[in-house]
Design a protein around this ligand. Structure first.
Ligand code: SAM
Length: 213
């Protein structure tokens, strides 16, 4: 579910790693300290068994494997998936999405993701967290890095700033995809018995660490 952006990612796969390295001026601030953000996700990850959603070209996957985790990756874009399989042959990457995915054969210790949860509507985000609350045991974690706003007003201001800077792709993206706010994620996590905290990493991206109570 939440797969309406897959064609975009199939088309973006070949140049995606150039975008995250800051070559696209519109997305420079979104991807500022991209490597440090992925490292922060790994720092908060509990092991050994990790499930990663929206692996893309496998950049977070590679860092998790290098840190000794065993990774089950889930990715709905076939073009992204092909690149990830070449870049990180030690990870098992399957077709799927945040809500519909093959049942893991091991007890998962952490569910992680970077730059992807905003593809789900808030209702779909709640369905996903509800599903993870059944998969995870006490003390296990969800660690998600993504663009998220402190309030809906700060989201509107970000869109206005992008328009004023003539960053039309960024403005369209912020308007069309489902970037949420921190109070919404706090409400969902609390409802499904997670204790949650947020760390701001750049102007757009926060890391959410939710631990099962
Ligand atoms: C911006 S990329 C992020 C890739 C990688 N995690 C990173 O940090 O560079 C977003 C990824 O989420 C995937 N995606 C899109 N919709 C999804 C969904 N509903 N469930 C899981 N992944 C999704 C895309 O195919 C793409 O690979």
């Amino acid at each position: 579910m939440g797969r309406e952006f897959i064609d975009l990612f199939d088309g973006w796969a070949a140049s995606y790693d150039q975008t995250v390295s800051g070559e696209d001026v519109e997305y420079k601030e979104v991807f500022a300290d991209y490597d440090g953000i992925l490292d922060a996700v790994v720092d908060h990850t509990k092991g050994p068994n990790v499930m990663e959603f929206g692996v893309g070209t496998g950049n977070l996957t590679k860092k998790l494997i290098n840190r000794g985790h065993s990774v089950i990756g889930i990715e709905p874009s076939s073009e992204m998936l092909k690149i990830a399989q070449i870049k990180v042959p030690d990870a098992k990457v399957y077709d799927g999405d945040f809500i519909e995915f093959p049942k893991p054969e091991v007890q998962v210790d952490s569910i992680v993701s970077s730059y992807a949860f905003h593809h789900l509507t808030d209702e779909e985000k709640e369905m996903a967290i509800s599903k993870y609350s059944h998969l995870l045991k006490k003390g296990a974690r969800i660690v998600f890095a993504d663009t998220v706003f402190e309030t809906q007003a700060s989201k509107r201001r970000a869109i206005e700033t992008a328009i004023a800077s003539h960053y039309n792709n960024l403005a369209d993206d912020l308007s069309a995809e489902y970037y949420t706010d921190i109070p919404t994620l706090q409400r969902i996590c609390k409802k499904y018995d997670f204790e949650v905290l947020f760390e701001q990493k750049n102007k757009y991206v926060w890391v959410m660490v939710a631990e099962k109570k």
